[in-house]
Design a protein around this ligand. Structure first.
Ligand SMILES: [Zn+2]
Length: 559
């Protein structure tokens, strides 16, 4: 049995996420975790909310709550949405826990002892009216290059120029609009990443199975130009810095957030006896660790987090595979949480069942390039794949079992050439599907799943049990029995992607395993079993989205 550790990038605490956040990390991580459990691997799937940083403080201010209460509420909200999407986390933790505080401070002490932490003076923008230092993105002003009045302290979005806050003309606070800003010196800690370039490069040399764009992005960062990273901030909400002179400062959210993967595993271990987080993170050479994340997170996971782990000098588990994703775009533009643009996960679930979204997002996963979501494409795809192909497959054979065989898997007859050919075809397709899942090729996995449903439909079309019933009842019984088993097989193979639909189908066929086992060995016996087992009526598995309903979705979700 292989031990597989899976983490998804931690969603930030404030606000319900949009579908783009699911497509590039949470959902593929869940699909892979489910698949690995099906093939019998020992899986630990960890995620949580990323709760520190300025946006959490500002969100709490806007909501009139203290930060802790705000994070409690937002964490519960997100956890509920993910539960309804069917995400099968072993633990969904939080970065604001005592475990993460202790572990973050531990890493700081180890890095400091290794000579990898350096104190430096930094000039920062202080806003007396806001009574805080403003991070670059919270300083706005006029771009010195193009005169846009909406430039941020880090970048001008209109002309693309990279800026420092001091470059801005007429700078103002994005929070209060205050213009009486001043530059103040503040002491901060830097992680000396530059001193780790060679070790990080050797680490990267020993990794494989990464998408090429992830490896090349990592290589582009691991050069002599790699800059040391400031890992502290002048904020009150976060992990305190245990160092004289640093009272009132906290670690930068990007320093403590990935440490949260380990801390959330500690939370998981603390929640029940017999669990050992060290088995997954400490001298864990027998563990294969896969990280799922969007491309914006790649530098932090290929450089900063490994620098923390490797720089500590301790035997921490580092990622074996980083599966990065491109963007899911929205009707030709970007999804945006701050601009409330796109399909948000809570709204998605009030409109349609989770599995419709899960299916589309996996079948169109932004693996090798950005992908565009549109209501029209979504409706066309789920109608065809889930209603016409999978739904019809299940409904017509279950209906036949009720019409002609008393609502049971019929007995009698023996499989013939058509069934042997079918089993042979399917064995090859299942092997292909398993290869795609193992290689983290999600689009290909969905396409192969659909091809398996097509194969099952073609078999029933070809053998036409409904017309064989009068002329050759034994033959009709074999085909119906095989057809029912085909439906169970199609549901089992799709379970990782559409677990709710699959469980409904399997339940109707008398199968109720918590994790439906992946088929292995010769298929023909599996397709011939079950004679006498009752079959429950299913009703429509997937309601087809009518043009009228599609119009409503466009009105709600269209650009
Ligand atoms: Zn500009």
């Amino acid at each position: 049995m292989t031990k597989i550790l899976i983490t998804s990038a931690l969603p930030y605490i404030n606000g319900v996420k949009h579908l783009g956040n699911l497509a590039g990390s949470l959902l593929p991580a869940d699909v892979h975790a489910r698949f690995r459990r099906q093939v019998g691997d020992e899986v630990l799937f960890i995620c949580g909310t990323d709760e520190h940083g300025t946006p959490a403080e500002l969100g709490a201010n806007a909501a009139g709550q203290d930060v802790r209460a705000y994070c409690d509420a937002q964490h519960a909200l997100q956890a509920d949405v993910y539960r309804r999407f069917g995400f099968s986390f072993d633990h969904f933790g939080r970065t604001s826990t005592p475990q993460n505080h202790a572990l973050t401070q531990h890493f700081y002490r180890r890095l400091d002892a290794a000579g990898l932490i350096e104190e430096r003076s930094v000039r920062q923008v202080w806003s007396a009216q806001d009574r805080r230092f403003l991070s670059d993105r919270y300083v706005r002003g006029t771009c010195p290059h193009c005169r846009s009045e909406a430039a941020r302290g880090d970048q001008c979005d209109d002309c693309g120029a990279l800026l420092d806050p001091a470059d801005l003309l007429r700078p103002r606070s994005a929070l209060s609009g205050a213009t009486n800003l001043e530059l103040r010196e503040s002491r901060h800690l830097f992680l000396r990443q530059a001193a780790l370039v060679d070790r990080l490069g050797r680490w990267l040399d020993t990794r494989d199975g990464w998408p090429p764009f992830v490896t090349s992005l990592a290589r582009s960062w691991l050069t002599a130009d790699l800059r040391d990273r400031c890992i502290t901030r002048d904020l009150s909400w976060g992990v305190p810095v245990p160092r004289p002179g640093f009272e009132g400062k906290v670690f930068y959210v990007w320093f403590d957030a990935p440490i949260g993967y380990i801390a959330a595993t500690q939370e998981w271990a603390d929640a029940a006896p017999g669990r050992d987080w060290r088995q997954w993170w400490w001298q864990a050479d027998d563990v294969s660790y896969i990280q799922f994340l969007g491309k914006d997170n790649i530098p932090f996971h290929t450089v900063s987090f490994p620098a923390t782990l490797i720089g500590s000098g301790e035997p921490w588990k580092t990622a074996d595979v980083i599966k990065g994703f491109h963007w899911l775009n929205y009707e030709g533009g970007k999804f945006s949480t701050s601009q409330k643009r796109g399909v948000f996960t809570d709204a998605a679930l009030t409109e349609l069942p989770a599995d419709l979204w899960r299916w589309w997002l996996i079948a169109n996963a932004p693996e090798s390039a950005d992908t565009d979501f549109s209501v029209a494409r979504f409706v066309a795809d789920v109608n065809k794949d889930l209603a016409d192909i999978f739904g019809n497959l299940a409904n017509r054979i279950i209906s036949l079992a009720h019409r002609a065989f008393d609502g049971r898997f019929p007995g009698g007859g023996v499989p013939g050439d058509a069934e042997r050919q079918l089993a042979h075809d399917l064995e090859q397709r299942i092997a292909t599907l398993q290869r795609h899942h193992t290689a983290l090729e999600f689009r290909a996995a969905a396409a192969t799943t659909r091809a398996i449903w097509d194969t099952a439909n073609a078999y029933l079309q070809h053998t036409a049990p409904w017309s064989a019933i009068k002329s050759d009842p034994a033959r009709a019984a074999v085909i119906t029995r095989v057809g029912l088993n085909l439906v169970a097989l199609g549901a089992t193979l799709a379970w990782s992607i559409v677990p709710h639909l699959a469980e409904r189908v399997l339940g109707a066929l008398g199968r109720s395993d918590a994790v439906p086992r992946w088929p292995n060995g010769p298929l023909l016996p599996l397709l011939d079993r079950g004679a006498g087992t009752p079959v429950a009526r299913l009703g429509p598995l997937v309601e087809k989205i009518t043009p009228e309903r599609a119009g409503q979705l466009t009105a709600r979700f269209g650009a």
